[in-house]
Design a protein around this ligand. Structure first.
Ligand code: NAP
Length: 484
């Protein structure tokens, strides 16, 4: 099948924090890949901006190194790289001072799309937004892209929204949640709303429960000081898992339009019931033979922050009343895996004398490591021997039919950055969604803090605390195996 890459309009993209980890590991390699695919036009310009005293040449060397390190060698040829580097520029800018802003202004071109990626700590968002306007650098339709964490609680998220809103209108603010840029997340919407088959079954009558898992094998690494003030609830559940939950549970929007989709997601968040503490399991990884404990990693021997959380959620609306959504996420677990599993109910009556559980279809939507979807269906075991049934996975990745397009699908950052340039906010969080998610999260955290609840220790390389399995067993269910 022929690839259909449609080039975006010429643009000036300023990456504040262009020398930082995110820019080097994700943003610049993603732009390179879009460049060699022909989606980023050669007239586009990427302008790195940070305090480091670099010139265009020095920054190009840094970018070349980042691209070589993060793009596979067969795509990162020296010819491609040399062409890409012609689009790269650098301006030393201090977000907190007046240095560099006029030089940045001089680099911007009239008549092209303007985008400003705030790849810096959230403490600088206000300074950047204000100076982009006070120096008349950002035009009326300039877009800004902001990274997580978007606030620490409802009050700080509101303050951040208000700061950005003082300088930019909501339609130009792109709050990134890279999970939304995953191919399979969009496929979830295509599956639900582009087919007749699934939507009639997508409700409490036919769905037994939903599981959403984001498991990591790594520990907190170098992010210890940030993470210990956040924990799994703030770092993962409030944003990534919440977004996956919304797309799974939302009503069909009237059209695939940014506000129509986000209105429906917002309704899901607002319909979430408060989760009581017995429905939550919080854990902290212990030391392994070769790995430090969470407390050692964050250098806080008394830390009560969770590196693992499992919880049972209910959505108070007609579609989902009585269908639990089980969410779990954690670090230093047995496998690296992100997936959504829709567990359908068993047929009401088996004419085949099937064992319990057979015929309960299971749709799994895997975000990583290998993006794809499969549907467990029950069929007759082929061959003689009577009517024996087996469960088999129906691979819905369609690699054969779609060939290279599946293998070469852009990664989340590539898609999202191109969406910013195209001016499409569908896969970005709106301010009211973020606030609603904090409004749901805050009282839960407040409750465990008020009771001084301590997380349970769990072994590194395990599936988390045993109590998380018990949370499911109590309801006669179990987690899907954590395996890749
Ligand atoms: P980082 O490696 O610490 O980089 C921070 C960048 O900000 C550097 O380029 C730094 O360059 C620049 N900077 C700091 N103070 C500045 C100032 N006053 N004026 C101008 N530039 C300044 O951080 P990061 O990991 O790239 O993260 C950037 C943002 O993305 C953070 O909000 C983070 O939470 C978020 N995020 C990161 C990741 C990730 O994987 N890294 C993932 C999700 C979200 P100079 O020192 O040269 O000024």
């Amino acid at each position: 099948m022929a690839s259909r890459v449609i080039p975006v309009e010429p643009f000036d993209l300023v990456i504040f924090g262009g020398t930082g980890d995110l820019a080097q590991r994700k943003i610049l390699p993603s732009l390179f890949r879009r460049f060699i695919e022909g989606q980023m036009p050669p007239e586009a310009r990427i302008i790195g901006a940070a305090r480091s005293a670099l010139d265009d040449r020095g920054y190009r060397e840094m970018v070349a190194e980042a691209v070589r390190a993060h793009v596979s060698p067969h795509r990162c040829t020296e010819k491609n790289l040399a062409a890409f580097l012609k689009t790269i520029f650098y301006v030393p800018v201090d977000a907190r001072g007046e240095t560099g802003w006029e030089a940045l202004k001089a680099r911007m071109r009239p008549g092209v799309v303007q985008a400003f990626y705030f790849s810096v700590g959230p403490g600088l968002f206000g300074d950047l937004a204000q100076r982009l306007k006070s120096h008349a650098i950002a035009g009326e339709t300039a877009r800004i892209v902001v990274e997580k964490p978007f606030g620490h609680d409802l009050a700080s998220a509101r303050a951040l929204n208000a700061t950005l809103a003082a300088h930019f209108r909501e339609q130009y603010i792109y709050r990134i949640d890279h999970y939304l840029g995953k191919e399979t997340v969009q496929n979830l919407m295509a599956l639900r709303f582009g087919n007749m088959l699934f939507e009639p079954l997508w409700n409490a009558q036919y769905v037994d429960h939903v599981q959403i898992t984001v498991a990591e094998t790594v520990g907190v690494g170098g992010r210890g000081s940030y993470y210990d003030h956040a924990g799994a609830m703030r770092d993962m559940v409030q944003n990534h898992l919440m977004q996956l939950l919304c797309l799974t549970a939302m009503e069909p929007p009237s059209k695939f339009d940014p506000d129509a989709v986000r209105d429906e997601k917002l309704k899901v968040i607002r319909a979430l019931k408060h989760v009581e503490l017995p429905e939550i399991v919080r854990g902290q990884y212990l030391a392994g033979p070769d790995t430090p404990s969470y407390r050692e990693d964050v250098d806080n021997p008394d830390s009560t922050t969770e590196s693992y959380i499992a919880l049972k959620l209910e959505i108070a609306n007609w579609r989902w009343n009585g269908t639990p959504f089980y969410l779990r996420t954690g670090k230093r677990l047995k496998a690296r895996l992100s997936e959504i599993v829709i567990q359908f109910k068993e047929p009401p009556h088996s004419i085949f004398d099937s064992p319990p559980g057979q015929g309960a279809n299971e749709l799994s939507i895997r975000l990583q490591p290998d993006e794809g979807m499969d549907l467990k269906v029950t069929i007759k075991e082929p061959g003689p021997g009577g009517m024996r049934l087996i469960d088999v996975p129906l691979d819905m990745t369609f690699a054969e039919a779609l060939g290279e397009e599946v293998a070469d699908a852009p990664d989340a950052y590539e898609r999202l950055i191109m969406d910013v340039i195209r001016g499409n906010q569908t896969l970005f969080m709106r301010g009211d969604e973020v606030e609603a998610a904090w409004a749901w999260t805050d009282p839960i955290i407040a409750e465990w803090e008020a009771r001084d609840q301590r997380p349970l220790g769990y072994e590194p390389g395990s599936t988390g605390p045993e109590e998380a399995a018990i949370l499911m067993h109590r309801d006669g269910r179990r987690w899907r195996e954590l395996k890749t």
